[in-house]
Design a protein around this ligand. Structure first.
Ligand code: ADP
Ligand code: MG
Length: 566
């Protein structure tokens, strides 16, 4: 009867302990707190002298002591491998182990003197070992089968809560990462030049991944080599490293397959080219992800850690996401650099168009007198005796005149080809495109753009390329008239019998005299100007049967109005 009584009491106490712990566990989602709660309760109910909870570190594969009770500071620093010691054995086999006398146990690794017996159970959730719960006693055979059962039951509960706590922590971490990514995304899109963009990317990537070194390599135009374009945390030797051949270097795989690559330790890898350099710079684990634009890889973003590190899927995803943002920023910077060239090209086009114009005019002017000369020549009906050398001369004159005529014909056909090919087009959409090209330039020059497209605009008959060129000319002239900023207002309007576009600036303006000579050509006030821009604009508008007007006052600004028929 008595034995039964104490048996009952013991069972009651155990149930009580289990109940306590599950209530307590349900009040927290902090893994630290979960661990310490379980440990305290485990030590208490088993009347142990010391205890610990070790958790498996997925990055190092080691078992780190997360919390302990009754162990010295040295013991806390112990890091066991899987399979090492009783704890390691329990973690590896996912089975509890109860040792009544540790002196007779070859698996035992002493972390505290005086321990005689030990009980260890795995913390396991859905078949995955997360860690081990240990209790030790200074007495021999201190733990019973019932203790083992109880500890196991507690471990099951703790493991479930730990799992949830981790999930939540991961979610929180991801949310923070996402936030960081968004901020970084905005930051790396700000700078204009490619160099600045890349510098931003490597800096942010290194910070985000807590890496020792971060670098961006971009493919050379022939796509054969990878060139270091930016790095953060690198020494001089690394920066001076020669280009890598895509065909036979390790990270070449990243651009060839457009897939990430990890190397646990570059200093020990046979395939890694610069082991010596890696040792010098203290580089250990490498993660490289491709920079992709459209369908094509354009380069590689790499991070190196200074300690051995196993990159988790999350980290790979994170760097890949950053590389995605980076690629967009790179593409944007490259486009911007192109836009800057547009102006120069435009200037050359201006000259070419004007020359073409001139050539056609000259051809036209020569053709008429030439026709007359030819007629007169034939009318002369020059006949010389066969042995007279002048008969040969007369034949040559005839031939040469025909040749000149052919040249004139060709020149005129060529000039005629620049006649506009009129097609119905949306003038608003056309200006949308042109403004895309100059938006950055305007912003950089402190010019506010007011773009007012009319909602009810009928399509106009026009040659898109030519009108685009004319529009760019007018906009760039306006921008050049506002070197210290101002407002550029562009508006479209339906105006019988067609469309009117007005381009107004708040720039330097022009005198009346200038306005009158404006479209004649070769009038310029700029050191790098050609004075041909407006002549070409005028020619284009004329060819469209349109009209251009100017309205300007010095110091106030200028408005150009272009009318195009529908
Ligand atoms: P360029 O731009 O090469 O000088 P253009 O034919 O385009 O040649 O312009 C001729 C001149 O007309 C300019 O040098 C400038 O003095 C004047 N001009 C053109 N557009 C404007 C404007 N929006 N505001 C003030 N001056 C202008
Ligand atoms: Mg111009």
């Amino acid at each position: 009867m008595k034995a039964n009584d104490s048996d009952l009491r013991e069972r009651f106490e155990r149930l009580q302990a289990l109940h306590n712990i599950s209530t307590a566990l349900n009040t927290t989602l902090d893994p630290r707190q979960v661990v310490s709660l379980v440990l305290r309760e485990a030590v208490r109910v088993t009347q142990a002298d010391s205890g610990s909870v070790v958790l498996l570190n997925p990055e190092t594969g080691r078992l780190d002591i997360e919390d302990s009770f009754g162990l010295g500071p040295d013991a806390v620093r112990v890091k066991l491998r899987m399979g090492e010691g009783i704890t390691g054995w329990v973690a590896e086999h996912a089975q509890p182990l109860r040792v009544s006398d540790v002196t007779g146990e070859r698996r035992y690794v002493a972390v505290r003197e005086g321990v005689r017996s030990e009980l260890a159970v795995p913390l396991e959730f859905e078949g995955q070992v997360q860690g081990v719960l240990n209790v030790d006693s200074d007495r021999l055979g201190a733990f019973s089968a019932a203790d083992e059962e109880l500890l196991l039951a507690m471990a099951v509960q703790a493991a479930r809560v730990l799992h949830n706590a981790w999930l939540i922590r991961q979610l929180r971490q991801r949310a923070t990462q996402l936030e960081t990514l968004i901020t970084i995304g905005q930051d790396i899109l700000l700078p204009l030049t490619l160099e600045e963009v890349l510098r931003h990317i490597v800096h942010e990537a290194r910070r985000l991944m807590r890496a020792r070194l971060c670098s961006v390599l971009l493919l050379t135009p022939d796509r054969e080599e990878l060139e270091l374009k930016a790095s953060d945390g690198a020494g001089e030797d690394y920066v001076r490293r020669p280009n890598l051949k895509v065909a036979d270097c390790l990270v070449g795989v990243v651009v060839r397959r457009k897939r990430h690559l990890t190397i646990p330790n570059v200093q020990e890898s046979d395939q890694y080219r610069h082991t010596e350099l890696a040792r010098q710079e203290g580089l250990v684990s490498l993660l490289s992800v491709p920079l992709v634009s459209g369908d094509e890889a354009i380069g590689v973003l790499s991070v190196y850690t200074g300690e051995p590190h196993r990159f988790s899927n999350d980290e790979i995803l994170l760097l890949t996401a950053l590389a995605g943002l980076g690629s967009v920023a790179v593409r944007k910077a490259q486009l911007y650099e192109k836009v800057v060239d547009v102006e120069e090209q435009l200037r050359q086009n201006e000259q070419l168009s004007a020359l073409g114009l001139l050539a056609a005019e000259i051809a036209h002017e020569i053709r008429n007198p030439l026709t007359v000369v030819k007629m007169l020549f034939h009318a002369l009906d020059l006949r010389f005796p066969d042995d007279d050398p002048r008969s040969k001369d007369a034949a040559i004159i005839g031939q040469k005149m025909d040749q000149m005529n052919r040249i004139l014909d060709q020149t005129l056909t060529f000039a005629r080809r620049s006649e506009p090919e009129l097609k119905p087009a949306d003038v608003n959409a056309l200006f949308d495109d042109v403004l895309l090209l100059v938006r950055h330039k305007l912003a950089q020059q402190g010019i506010t753009l007011q773009w007012r497209p009319a909602a009810d605009l009928p399509p106009a008959a026009l040659d898109r390329t030519q009108i685009e060129q004319a529009a760019l000319n007018l906009i760039l002239n306006a921008a050049q008239a506002m070197p210290r900023g101002g407002t550029l207002t562009i508006a479209t309007q339906a105006r019988e019998p067609g469309v009117c576009v007005s381009i107004s600036d708040t720039g330097v303006g022009m005198t009346d005299e200038m306005q009158q000579r404006l479209f004649e050509g070769f009038l310029t006030t700029k050191t790098a100007g050609t004075g041909l821009g407006l002549a070409v604009v005028r020619k284009i508008i004329d060819a469209h049967h349109g009209r251009i007007e100017v309205d300007s006052s010095p110091g106030r600004g200028t408005t150009f109005r272009v009318f195009l028929p529908v």
